[in-house]
Design a protein around this ligand. Structure first.
Ligand code: PHB
Length: 388
């Protein structure tokens, strides 16, 4: 009697192990959000999280049939703490996927840890070229850009305006230096010459001596990479120094994204290049902007967009394996070959898993980065040094 009961139970369990049963039993998907909650990039981290969560909510709170459990670490945009911080998510919380971060130096340490542990990493901002270059790995994806891309696109725009002599100014770290390199490559290919590169340590805002140098050299144009709180201060200081009237300032679009209310009149008319703009008039972007504004009582920016698309990429991958993250090859293949229906415009991923996307010319009008044209269509990062 007891034996037959045992046999029946075993048979019943086997019968129930159909896909539907197995799926119903999958535990919540653990998502580790490693983003800055303090410092000059705090607002950027906040927008990425809001964007990510908006897409998850659109999917009814589930991706690939699994509810989402969030784990959060404030990375402080501090590279020296990055390895310890990412290991809190990988080793302590045992997350299934890491989403982060903003700062390239922090993200480089995260990519190393992700490569070593095999944890899926989706980078929703940091552009460090190496992440989809020499440090690439099948489990490392980016929903944003490589630093080279917006730098290059802005160089195309500046050369196209006929400027010949440029100076560059940025923070001395991977994002600043790589963005300037991209700018220089395109600007000089277009017939210009970068006469001087200037930088200060991240996240410094002592711009005065550098502005004095710009005034003395009188270039045709200044290219700047700054973002977040630092970008607010730089744009205001450039104007207050009297330079805005005499020497055109251009930048990768981070210079004026998520910052316009704080920059006010100082930002009006600035020209930048980026893979997003506020007024892209497609049903997809309009729906995104309306939903985001209703949910958050604030308009989205490029960071919100990148967080949203990180969730879209994850959703596509998980749907393809019905939430079963042990099917890594199938999961990564689905993500890599997906066409993402982004509010920025549809994009695909390069073999190195970085977005191949259009870069827009934008002009600041009021509190908006208004698209006035396309700088480069379907710009792909060269992915130098990645062996896929
Ligand atoms: C970066 O560190 O890669 C970075 C930070 C802020 C941005 C863009 C890139 O807006």
């Amino acid at each position: 009697m007891r034996l037959s009961h045992t046999l029946f139970t075993a048979a019943a369990i086997a019968a129930l192990s159909s896909t539907a049963f197995a799926q119903a039993q999958l535990p919540p998907l653990k998502v580790g959000l490693m983003l800055p909650a303090t410092g000059t990039f705090a607002a950027l981290g906040d927008m990425i999280e809001r964007g990510f969560k908006l897409h998850v909510e659109e999917q009814g709170g589930k991706l690939g049939g699994r509810t989402i459990q969030y784990f959060k670490v404030d990375d402080e945009s501090e590279p020296s703490k990055a390895t310890d911080n990412v290991n809190k998510l990988i080793k302590r919380d045992n997350v299934d996927v890491i989403v982060g971060t903003v700062h390239s130096g922090v993200a480089l340490a995260m990519a190393r840890a992700a490569k070593d542990s095999g944890t899926l990493l989706i980078v929703p901002n940091a552009g460090a070229d190496a992440i989809t270059g020499p440090q690439c790995a099948p489990n490392i994806f980016r929903s944003s850009f490589s630093n080279w891309q917006p730098g290059y696109a802005t160089g195309v725009v500046a050369a196209g305006k006929g400027y010949k002599r440029a100076m560059t100014i940025t923070w001395n770290y991977a994002a600043g230096n790589e963005t300037v390199k991209g700018f220089t490559e395109a600007f000089e290919k277009g017939g210009g010459k970068v006469i001087k590169d200037m930088s200060l340590p991240f996240p410094g805002v002592e711009f005065q001596p550098l502005l004095t140098e710009i005034a003395a050299q009188k270039p045709d144009v200044v290219f700047a990479f700054f973002a977040g709180g630092g970008a607010v201060k730089f744009v205001k200081d450039y104007d207050a120094a009297g330079l805005k009237k005499s020497i055109p300032l251009v930048g990768s679009g981070f210079l004026t994204d998520g910052t316009l209310e704080a920059q006010g009149a100082s930002a009006q008319g600035l020209i930048t290049a980026l893979h997003y703009g506020d007024n892209i008039e497609t049903p997809r972007n309009t729906a995104f902007r309306n939903k985001f504004a209703v949910a958050n009582k604030v308009n989205p920016d490029v960071y919100a967009l990148q967080g949203y698309d990180a969730a879209q990429m994850l959703a596509i991958g998980l749907a393809s394996v019905k939430g079963d993250t042990s099917k890594k090859d199938a999961l990564y293949a689905a993500m890599n070959k997906a066409q993402i229906d982004s509010p920025r415009g549809k994009f695909t991923l390069s073999p190195q898993r970085n977005p191949t996307q259009d870069f827009y010319v934008r002009e600041v009008k009021g509190n908006y980065n208004v698209v006035t044209g396309v700088a480069v269509k379907a710009l792909a990062d060269p992915g130098r040094g990645c062996k896929p």
